[in-house]
Design a protein around this ligand. Structure first.
Ligand code: HEM
Length: 54
């Protein structure tokens, strides 16, 4: 994840937009149960490799 996203200038704010839209999409599509519950934690575990302070 890190080498792919490094230098792309993905900010904390970009990250928050991504997470908000991703969760809204899961909910709109009716994804429930373990997958839906696990998403915020799974995404958060990748944030440090994707977003950078810009
Ligand atoms: C959980 C979150 C994310 C995951 C798992 C993820 C995963 C990936 C993967 C696997 C690739 C490589 C695709 C390939 O070349 O085959 C990629 C590329 C890319 N991602 Fe993400 N990504 C995530 C979040 C984001 C976010 C939030 C952004 C921007 C707001 C982003 C922007 C990009 C861009 C621009 C590329 C293409 C880079 C290039 O080709 O040089 N990603 N991502």
């Amino acid at each position: 994840m890190k080498p792919i996203h490094e230098g792309l200038g993905i900010s904390d704010s970009d990250w928050d937009v991504f997470v908000t839209h991703a969760i809204a999409t899961l909910d709109k599509l009716g994804v429930q149960g373990k997958e839906r519950e696990a998403f915020p934690t799974a995404a958060a575990s990748l944030k440090d490799d994707i977003a950078e302070n810009v």
